[in-house]
Design a binder for this molecule. Structure first.
Ligand SMILES: [Zn+2]
Length: 189
């Protein structure tokens, strides 16, 4: 039997890497409710001889800081929030992807006016947003007039939507859709 194994997947702070019945929490980890979680960005190493799981730290990634402008793709839409995968921070692509959450109250200025998330963002949309906190999952806001959807596809045929006044229009099928549109819509590639 190998004495230790290093797992390929990169873990980020908070990721579950094992249960306390199997391993003791080693360096770079912490234990909550019998679950061992990573405290750092790195690769999990399991010392099978001593039954210790630890995380070998990698060079720290660019982690979104509160107030940063991020580029993210919408991965899930619910009635009152959307989930997104953060692709870039302050115009720099990141090596490790982080999850962001946009609550419906963080979509437009007047709270209460926003009702259904899909009126403002939809699955697959590329959005420019501002981060509101420092740790995952990152809370995102697209309230500012410059922030919002910067690229979207037609919900009916999948073609890229073009800016059409204050709405978006599909030149393929004529479908017109609404979004919370950010500055520079369509100039992202
Ligand atoms: Zn279309």
């Amino acid at each position: 039997m190998e004495k230790s194994e290093e797992l390929k997947n990169v873990v980020v702070p908070g990721d579950r890497i094992g249960v306390a019945e199997e391993f003791l929490p080693g360096p770079g980890t912490y234990e909550v409710n019998y679950q061992i979680r990573s405290a750092v960005v790195g690769r999990v190493v399991r010392d099978l001889l001593n039954k210790v799981a630890y995380v070998r730290s990698l060079k720290p990634p660019r982690i979104p800081q509160s107030g940063a402008i991020v580029l993210a793709v919408i991965t899930e839409i619910r009635e009152d929030f959307a989930r997104a995968k953060i692709l870039a921070v302050n115009n720099v692509a990141i090596r490790y992807y982080f999850t962001g959450v946009i609550h419906v109250t963080q979509v437009i200025e007047k709270v209460g006016e926003a009702k259904q998330m899909f009126n403002y963002v939809r699955l697959g949309d590329l959005v420019r947003a501002r981060t509101l906190n420092n740790t995952p999952p990152f809370l995102l806001s697209i309230k500012e007039s410059k922030l919002g959807v910067v690229l979207a596809s037609c919900s009916k045929c999948g073609a890229t939507l073009k800016l059409h006044g204050e709405k978006l229009k599909c030149l393929q099928c004529g479908n017109i859709e609404t979004r919370k549109i950010g500055h520079g819509y369509g100039s992202m590639t």
